[in-house]
Design a protein around this ligand. Structure first.
Ligand code: PEP
Ligand code: MG
Length: 587
């Protein structure tokens, strides 16, 4: 086998060598074929066998998931088992088979498609929830009929590199505890939630590889180089040696970085900032602490709503939030109210698919209409705040009315709890995420309503530059160094400070060591980053004086184009921490 290189977009740093595992997520191609009358009973028998085999398969998965992650995660498959027993579906298939005399795979795929369509169109919420289950199960049945084996991520037995057409955030969430050491996908962008999750797990990743999932075979040796944005298939001895050597050097560098764990994020001349971590699940807290996080600056709560059949109860929310608050205490945690929509969907919430989901009915827009669902979460956050280290913030604020409305619901929840004599922190800090240009441009107005801002650059960049954050075709335009983005950030920080409030940044831009110095120079108060990035960011902060950072920020703010800004920032980081550029490909 000769070595082949696929070029994509680097989304999660580091490199890994492992066996490829093709996680197939594209639609199946089913061939239509006429059958003879005599063949009908044979096809029916094949169908029945497939139903039995699928049932067995689902029960096995359920057992494994229960063992690995607890019964809660396994519950979702109960609904799948029900679909398998659905008489109407089974009878429909048999009837169509007898009438049309076509191969069972074809007949079944047609009926399954019809069912999924009907379920997704009906008004009844419960039935609508079933659409995703029907799709999932029918896909399994079809795979059994086609003799295709689609392994589940949760089922993997050995360490693998996942290669997929695409991975949903919920697929990626299942990777958390599994044997996935790296990932590569045909589509996606740097700030897609799949990429963010992969980074938080610490897995190297490359996306935007076009048709790699079709051209790489399961079991082939691959190198995922998340620094250079390439995937190498069947690497030569020489390439392997090069990567192994680089990995050893990186290990030494990371060991050196880990010595900084308990030191403050302080410039040479003693100016301190806070470096906190972004998390998705309570079990991420120990990882954050191990990397020296001084708090959780962004707890994305929407993953709590995924990989399950119904909505989480107030008690479930509370348990998770209390666990995080206790785990990180005495440091603070900023809980972001749930932000579903965009590239994060759940089948059981009644959010229709939209033409422009990133501009659609998501996050706070959804919450303000479904106050019933929103309030359950707010009550739980408030209850967890009794410990004294919880802050709350709202995503996707577009203007002051929306912000006031969200605070209004929070106040209602507070009133309820007061009436019920339930303790909570009466001085809980409330923040607004600034991730829409309209919010950035009215930051001086919004600042009067809250205690802090958190700049969500993942969205702020996509909205201000009109670049879909998950579209690999235009990923080259997605640029935090664009003068428009830098000006917005400068103005947000200035508006906040002149109104006496502090500012964090929790978008991925804060995790890029090459941008740390500009942000430091612009007087950002808190960097909330993926846990694995904390030591690097701290190292950069500790390698310069505040004066140097301010001078760089001033110079960069007067530059007109991205290229020179990139060169300028890289030059200073190269001087401050040369290993970052050499080993991690940061520039
Ligand atoms: C952001 O937009 O920068 C952000 C932190 O939120 P999310 O990535 O979850 O949209
Ligand atoms: Mg966002």
């Amino acid at each position: 086998m000769t070595e082949r290189i696929f070029k994509g977009i680097a989304v999660s740093p580091g490199s890994v060598i492992g066996k490829a595992f093709i996680f197939d997520s594209e639609e199946d191609v089913v061939i239509e074929r006429e059958i003879a009358d005599g063949q009908i009973p044979v096809e029916i028998a094949r169908f029945e066998d497939a139903l039995i085999a699928t049932r067995r398969e689902i029960i096995q998965i359920q057992d494994k998931i229960t063992e690995a992650m607890g019964a809660k995660h396994a519950e979702i498959f109960n609904a799948h088992l029900l679909v398998l027993e659905d008489r109407a579906l089974i009878e429909d298939v048999i009837e169509k088979l007898e009438q049309e005399k076509k191969n069972i795979e074809w007949v079944f795929s047609q009926v399954a498609r019809k069912y999924a369509k009907i379920f997704s169109r009906v008004e009844d919420e419960y039935l609508k929830e079933r659409a995703a289950d029907v799709k999932d199960v029918t896909r399994r049945i079809l795979h059994t009929l086609l003799g295709k084996k689609r392994q589940d991520i949760a089922e993997l037995k050995e360490e693998v590199v996942i290669v997929a057409y695409d991975l949903s955030p919920s697929d990626t969430a299942l990777m958390h505890k599994e044997k996935v050491i790296g990932f590569a996908s045909d589509v996606g962008g740097k700030t897609s939630h799949t990429a963010i999750l992969a980074r938080s797990i610490g897995n190297p990743g490359v996306v935007g590889l076009h048709d790699a999932s079709k051209r790489i075979k399961s079991g082939q040796t691959v190198i995922v180089d998340g620094n250079r944005g390439i995937v190498i298939v069947s690497p030569s001895g020489k390439t392997l040696e090069k990567y192994q050597k680089e990995q050893r050097k990186l290990l030494v560098f990371e060991e050196k970085l880990s010595e900084l764990k308990d030191l403050p994020a302080e410039t040479i001349d003693g100016y301190r900032v806070v470096i906190a971590a972004n998390i998705e699940l309570p079990e991420d807290v120990p990882v954050a602490l191990a990397h020296g996080a001084q708090g959780i600056g962004l707890y994305r709560t929407e993953f709590f709503y995924m990989n399950r059949t119904g909505l989480p109860t107030e008690e479930e929310h509370y348990k998770a939030y209390r666990e995080v608050a206790e785990g990180i205490h005495p440091h603070p945690v900023t809980i972001r109210t749930f932000d579903l929509g965009g590239d994060k969907f759940v089948s059981h919430l009644d959010v229709p698919r939209e033409m422009n989901p990133f501009l659609g009915w998501r996050a706070i827009r959804f919450c303000l209409e479904r106050v019933d669902i929103f309030k359950v979460q707010l009550r739980a956050i408030l209850r967890a705040s009794a410990l004294g280290n919880v802050k709350v913030m709202f995503p996707m604020i577009s203007g002051v009315e929306e912000l006031k409305a969200a605070i209004g619901v929070l106040n209602e929840a507070k009133r309820e709890l007061r009436k019920e004599n339930v303790p909570f922190d009466r001085d809980i800090q409330v923040g607004a995420m600034i991730e829409i240009p309209s919010a950035a441009l009215t930051a001086d107005i919004l600042a009067k309503e809250v205690d802090f801002f958190s700049i969500g650059t993942n969205d702020l960049i996509q909205y201000s530059l009109a670049v879909d954050r998950v579209n690999e075709k235009i990923a080259y335009l997605y640029e935090p160094r664009h003068p428009a983005v830098l000006r917005l950030i400068r103005d947000i920080i200035e508006a906040a400070h002149s109104n006496g409030i502090w500012v964090a940044m929790c978008g991925e831009m804060a995790s890029e060591p090459s941008l740390t110095l500009i942000l430091l120079g612009l007087a950002l108060d808190e960097f909330s980053v993926s846990a694995v990035a904390i030591p690097e960011i701290k190292k950069v902060v500790r390698s310069v004086t505040l004066q140097e950072a301010r001078t760089l920020a001033r110079e960069v703010m007067s530059m007109e184009a991205i290229g020179p800004i990139r060169r300028k920032t890289a030059q200073l980081v190269r001087k401050a921490v040369p290993e970052l550029i050499r080993l991690k490909g940061q520039e």
